[in-house]
Design a protein around this ligand. Sequence first.
Ligand code: ASP
Length: 313
Amino acid sequence: MTQLDSDGRLLHLLTLEGLPRQTLCRILDRAGAIRDTALGRTQKRDTLVGRTVCTLFFEPSTRTRSSFQIAAQRLGADLINFDASTSSARKGETALDTLRNLEAMGVRGFIVRHPEDGAAQMLARHAHEGTAVINAGDGRASHPTQGLLDMLSIRQAKGPDFSMRKIVMVGDIKHSRVARSDLQALRTLGATDITLCAPDNLLPEPAVSAGCRTTGDFDAALQGADVLMMLRLQRERMEEGLVTSLEDYHRHYGLTAARLKQAAPDAVVLHPGPINRGVEITDEVADGPQSLVLRQVGNGVAIRMAVLEMLLG
Ligand code: ASP
């Protein structure tokens, strides 16, 4: 399944892998331009008036779901929310049947979160022409709008030249779909100095880490870093026993104010949320002046507006 048609037009957004740089930058530019509307500072738009979009979530979510909802509303779309825990999914209805039923009611945009890798691709393959599927996180595989909002946040803070930046990604990279999408986007944007830092058993497979340095030594990785991308421990996707204890993990991989001093003085810190405070990152850092965490959240609405407009506008 390709998300682009033969003219390079985006039909679905399923992954950042192979997404042309030009398309990726177009989404970032557009999101940057509509940020004020995204944040409710100017009138909402009417680009999607008459369109119905549905958030189809088979896994919990706070930020992603609400920011897609806000994005759709600020474009004038009609919105319905499907929640697997309160729907016929509990009676065994498949995701595909659910999509087909909602398509039959005229829904044309599906924002899909699912615990299985490839779920959004599968739905896109079976969707009618004219229906757009947006992957809002599938298993460990991909979270493209998170990757995009992270790139926008880095670009705003550090400028457009990613090749100049020393980027360090820390934590549970192995189980993280955010890490996969971030790495795909970083490479497309020209980043070359990327270090992946985690205990051995949380480092990803070679295909994911290709071209990156890998290390278990956080203090060494931090020296002079410009961008620190912290990741949540994905306890729901982990086999038991991968970390000995949260205290131990924090001692080796937790970002504290003292540790942050080893990075460049103007280094920025990202975290996709939800944060395990005191595990991946301390309150002082998460809420401190170098943290981009809430900027990421605001950018999320702008990115999702830009993507919805591009696919359905
Ligand atoms: N919210 C992000 C996701 O759904 C990050 C995380 O859960 O760790 O992948």
